[in-house]
Ligand binder design. Structure first.
Ligand code: ADP
Ligand code: MG
Length: 747
């Protein structure tokens, strides 16, 4: 018996287990005979420069020319391959000087008309009696079977008819003169010469997830012998993309933890005097929901640990994220640190501030050096609007540790702000916040009493995003869900009024609610007629959209005359905005006509009607967020979506119907992902996204979760993967870029 081989041998000689992708990357495209030096430049010009790039150039579809059908057997609407004889050729002139060549092909079982548009040369090359193989989608026009622009190969009637096969179709580049056939040849040669592939996914996982081997996946993707082989191949290759991404994210999370020193917050102090969070919760005018209790406990567990918290809280609109945020901040305060709550807009920061003052009223923190041993918790607001003198005082008080909680906008992370000891940071409505801004705020912790420690960080999203997207975009954060609304909320009834005449119904409802002492919002896309959208570019496509300015005047004179109407949009001076919001909160305004500035966070408990005009112009998340401005107390509330069905796109119809059907933000987030695809959902915060060629967060939701699971298991067992998963570690280095790799693999 031979001596056991040291493990390092296997690690250093991955070739024995087959080709790695890294090896393929080292072979230039010109090494392929099908390419050669001349065409190599063309391939390079479309971003394909190595053999790896070639095998990762995937066909976007496959044509099944393997199975030939008799014309009598073809199915309308399906692609088919048939062999027949040309019976007639003719050319027709279409309006606009375009030519159409028609060829009728028969095979004894029936006949089929091929139509070729804008290919006049077909009339010269096709002739009666030729035997041809056709491939294309079958349609029917006036009882006659047709194929428009089919693939047509003339075959020798006396020779052997070439066997059909499944043909991969690759993107072509006219400019670089790269045809699908050329790509096919290059890929074929690359696969032949590469031989067996190494597989970085451990066998037990591969089996458990029912994935095929990597080598088989490449083979079946590019050269399937049956159409049924393509699906499993795509699945495996898409899994690999997601697996690399998730592994990098999981490692990133670990690396961040390893690189930072957190504050071990005092969660469960012995002295009841110091139990600030317990007192805060006990004094709330309501009991926490089960979900709030669970998430507060998750946050507390993070805070007590030596590593800084990096947690995302997803909650539906109205689920009560503010209370969770305040509890997190107060955990910091009860141990003698400070908390910062950052919001994306001034309206929202103010809203949070007022809400916080309300919930914190009368709350005292232990202060042994004071008479009585306690003092009130001090919470302040700092925005770009804070007057200079006040601002200077606040900044000094923050640096001196006299302020416990600070609420603000981006102004919080500007130059002059210094903390005495920043313990916990909460960022609300993260999707409007840049990563850099987050990092800047975190860096504030490196000063004062907590110098050298990173503050704990809690990120809250305004509206849910799909779980698979969260796993990808926020994959380096821990994740909590507030999936329960406080008891006693009457769900908001939503109606889409599909034609312009029906809008009277909405304003009738507004009048009724106002008469009952309640309030309403009317939201318009534009600030002023023909003007710019509140949070977008001017949209020349929809000049007819309503504006808040014009609509507030029209409603005051007509449908809502007698109501006290306010106007709010982003172009008003800051002072005026604050005044209007305050008047709305105080009930001095019955109907607030606004743009999407009211989208997030605005909390007016007596508001019971939301009317959204030109609702087809808003996205699902936006509509859901707007609708969330009503139904915030136990009063039954309604939302009217105004949009002319005739003018709305199919997608807009789907959005509005989804809003009518459900009030569940998590469900809506999934629908949104289905409708729009991932690009818009993901936004810019992506590293390694360019590696997602096949995987789709929409289609491959299950694969995302599976990839995450494997990544977590492997990284938990071996944080740098070097000892147990060298193939995977190498592959990550190949795909994630040097800088990121250096960070991740630093042990
Ligand atoms: P969101 O999650 O949308 O930010 P908020 O934190 O603004 O929601 O809470 C919405 C409203 O519900 C607020 O008026 C808040 O005081 C109230 N609220 C929060 N938690 C509860 C609860 N457990 N029971 C009753 N009302 C609650
Ligand atoms: Mg909120």
């Amino acid at each position: 018996m031979s001596a056991p081989r040291p493990a390092v041998t296997a690690r250093r000689a991955p070739a024995r287990r087959g080709r790695t992708l890294g090896e393929l990357e080292h072979h230039g495209i010109e090494e392929l005979k099908a390419v050669g030096t001349k065409r190599a430049a063309a391939f390079r010009s479309i971003g394909v420069s190595s053999v790896l790039d070639v095998v990762m150039t995937y066909p976007y579809r496959h044509e099944n020319r393997a199975e030939r059908l008799a014309i009598a057997e073809v199915v309308e609407g399906q692609p088919a391959a048939v062999l027949g004889e040309i019976e007639r050729v003719s050319t027709r002139r279409l309006p606009g000087r375009r030519a159409m060549v028609e060829a009728v092909v028969g095979d004894g079982s029936g006949s089929l008309t091929c139509t070729f548009f804008n290919q006049p040369w077909r009339a010269r090359t096709l002739s009666v009696g030729q035997h041809v193989v056709l491939f294309g989608k079958v349609t029917r026009y006036r009882h006659q079977l047709q194929m428009a622009n089919p693939r047509l190969d003339v075959v020798d009637p006396d020779g052997e008819v070439p066997a059909g096969r499944i043909v991969p179709i690759y993107s072509e580049s006219e400019k670089a003169n790269i045809t699908t056939a050329l790509v096919e040849a290059a890929v074929g040669e690359a696969l032949d010469r590469a031989g067996a592939f190494a597989d970085p996914l451990p066998e037990p996982w591969r089996r458990r997830l029912h994935l095929i081997e990597r080598g088989a996946a490449f083979e079946q993707m590019h050269r399937p012998s049956a159409m049924g082989e393509v699906g499993p191949a795509r699945r495996r290759l898409a899994f690999d993309e997601l697996f690399r991404l998730q592994t990098a994210l999981v490692m990133r999370k670990r690396a961040a933890a390893a690189a930072s020193r957190g504050i071990a917050h005092l969660i469960d102090p012995h002295d009841p005097e110091h139990r600030l969070v317990d007192r805060f919760i006990a004094r709330l005018p309501f009991a926490l929901t089960g979900a709030q209790r669970r998430v507060v406990a998750e946050v507390a567990a993070d805070l007590s640990g030596a590593l800084p918290m990096h947690r995302l809280v997803q909650g539906d609109v109205g689920a009560g994220k503010t209370v969770v945020a305040l509890a997190a901040l107060l955990y910091g305060v009860q141990g003698g640190h400070q908390g910062a709550l950052m919001a994306p807009t001034e309206v929202l920061a103010e809203q949070h501030y007022l809400g916080a003052l309300d919930l914190l009223a009368g709350l005292e923190v232990a202060a042994p050096d004071r008479l009585g041993g306690r003092r009130a918790v001090r919470c302040e607001l700092l925005t770009s609007r804070t007057p200079a003198g006040e601002r200077a005082r606040l900044i000094a008080a923050l640096a001196g540790g006299e302020i416990d909680l600070i609420v603000g906008t981006h102004a919080l992370i500007t130059e002059h702000v210094r903390f005495s000891s920043l313990g916990v940071v909460v960022i609300d409505e993260q999707h409007r916040f840049g990563v850099d801004q987050r990092a800047a705020l975190r860096d504030k912790g490196a000063e004062g009493a907590a110098a050298g420690h990173d503050p704990d960080l809690l990120v809250m999203t305004a509206t849910p995003i799909p779980r698979t997207a969260a796993m990808t975009v926020y994959g380096d954060l821990d994740y909590s869900v507030l999936d329960e609304l406080p008891a006693g909320r009457a769900p908001v009834t939503t109606r889409w009024l599909r034609n312009p005449e029906a809008e009277a119904e909405a304003f009738e409802a507004v009048r009724g609610e106002v008469a009952a002492g309640h309030q309403a919002f009317v939201v318009c896309p534009l600030v002023r007629p023909g003007g710019s959208e509140e949070d977008g570019e001017e949209d020349p496509e929809a000049p007819g959209a309503r504006s808040a300015e014009e609509e507030s005047a029209r409603l005051a004179e007509g449908p809502l005359s007698g109501c006290r109407i306010g106007l709010l949009h982003g172009q008003l001076p800051a002072r005026e905005k604050a005044r209007v919001m305050e008047a709305m909160r105080q009930g001095e305004i019955d109907v607030l006509v606004a743009t999407t500035v009211v989208e997030v966070g605005v909390d007016v408990p007596l508001a019971t009607v939301m009317v959204i005009e030109d609702a087809d112009r808003f996205g699902i998340a936006q509509l859901h967020q707007l609708r969330g401005r009503v139904g915030r107390a136990s009063l039954a509330s309604r939302c009217y979506l105004l949009a002319d069905e005739e003018q709305a796109t199919t997608e807009a119809v789907a959005r509005l119907e989804a809003l009518e059907r459900t009030t569940d933000g998590f469900e809506l987030a999934e629908i949104d992902l289905d409708l729009r695809g991932e690009g818009t959902v993901l936004g810019a915060r992506q590293k390694g996204r360019n590696d997602l060629k096949l995987a789709s967060l929409r289609r491959d939701r299950d694969l995302v979760a599976q990839a995450r699971e494997v990544a977590e298991a492997l990284v938990a067992a071996d944080p740098t993967l070097e000892a147990t998963q060298p193939l995977l570690a190498d592959e990550l280095r190949l795909f994630i870029g040097e800088e990121e790799a250096e960070y991740l693999f630093r042990s």
